[in-house]
Design a protein around this ligand. Structure first.
Ligand SMILES: C[S@@+](CC[C@H](N)C(=O)[O-])C[C@H]1O[C@@H](n2cnc3c(N)ncnc32)[C@H](O)[C@@H]1O
Length: 330
């Protein structure tokens, strides 16, 4: 099934495509945002994706639309990718965080517990897969991942069941893991969602270092955007929206310790962004009624000021085990 872009009119309104400008779409996916931007103005757009399949789609489109320039890589490295491409500032950056429908719908990619397939979940097709993670990590590391990234209350029980299960037979498929999690929590018992939903989400986020990438991507966009450049970020998960919100508020000078009475309390460097609005934009009722996937979408927009980019790295706020401990078997 094609990927239906979420909050598309709001994203275009926030980016304000104009003739002669240059944009980065850090999550090209099916090109839903990118193509609309290219239609809206006589601009250039660099479409980054870490997934070979997304970049092949972009390459096919760019044969007819040369203002689209596909780049294979991670958006966490977008400033380096762009400098390699000979561009040192841009007018706007879009990020649409998460997986695409193309990725979820392909059983061979292993993202979904609804379809049996190899337990892979890598967006970028390199490095350790979900199978390597569940077969190699200790119960305590798996607990930490499932608890923090899945916010799953039964994380420890699930991790222990995974470790007991793999002694008999290592995990190879999505359905094996989904059934194991279901057994660990004692079946579906009136749950609205599949009992493996949060565990799959946590392992996917860990395998792809999704929060680390988001943190690096925000900082890279800050270095790349010109004065007045727009940063437009759509998230689907509260952990990700919180990271974007805290980053934008901090960079816009809303520091936690400062108040009306002690404005200097936690003064950092000069604000590198101005906020368009303090609250995230949400999808319209009309959109959520036709596309339920849009329900959790949150859009945040910030505009680059003339202040230098901050040197402080963006913290995810999580202490996760290292993915480097896991050996890639395939
Ligand atoms: C939700 S989809 C984007 C859909 C796109 N906006 C559209 O309208 O078709 C997210 C895409 O971002 C890619 N992606 C996720 N994290 C990435 C990262 N750190 N670097 C580059 N691409 C990433 C995924 O491979 C996926 O193709």
């Amino acid at each position: 099934m094609a990927h239906v872009p979420v909050m598309l009119p709001e994203v275009i309104q926030a980016l304000q495509p104009s003739d002669g400008e240059t944009y980065v779409d850090g999550t090209f996916g099916g090109g839903g945002y990118a193509l609309r931007v290219l239609d809206a103005a006589d601009c250039a757009l660099y479409g980054i994706d870490r997934d070979f399949d997304a970049i092949s789609r972009a390459e096919a489109i760019s044969e007819k639309q040369p203002r689209l320039i596909p780049l294979l890589g991670r958006f966490g490295d977008m400033d380096a990718l762009m400098i390699n491409a000979g561009v040192d500032t841009v007018d706007g950056v879009m990020l649409d965080i998460g997986v695409s429908s193309f990725q979820i719908d392909q059983s061979g990619r292993g993202f979904s517990f609804m379809r049996d397939g190899p337990l892979d979940m890598r967006m970028g097709q390199t490095g350790p897969s979900a199978q390597d993670v569940v077969n190699q990590m200790t119960a305590s590391d798996l607990t930490s991942i499932i608890r923090q990234l899945g916010e799953e209350r039964q994380a420890k029980r699930i991790a222990n069941t995974i470790v007991a299960h793999r002694k008999d037979a290592p995990f190879e498929s999505t359905l094996q893991l989904a059934t194991c999690v279901e057994d660990a929590v004692g079946g579906r018992r009136g749950r609205k969602t599949h009992p493996a939903t949060l565990t799959f989400q946590a392992i996917r986020m860990f395998v792809n270092d999704e929060l680390g990438e988001l943190a690096r991507g925000l900082a890279a966009a800050e270095r790349l955007l010109r004065v007045g450049g727009r940063l437009v970020v759509v998230t689907f998960h509260s952990l990700e929206d919180r990271l974007v919100k805290q980053y934008m508020r901090a960079r816009a000078g809303f520091t936690a310790g400062a108040s009306r009475y002690m404005p200097e309390a936690a003064k950092g460097p000069d604000p590198s962004f101005e906020l368009r609005q303090r609250k995230a934009l949400e999808p319209s009722d009309a959109e959520t009624s036709t596309n339920p996937r849009a329900r959790s979408a949150r859009l945040r927009v910030a505009v680059r000021t003339a202040a230098p980019a901050w040197i402080e790295p963006v913290e995810t706020g999580f202490r996760l085990p290292s993915l480097e401990l896991v050996e890639a078997a395939s």
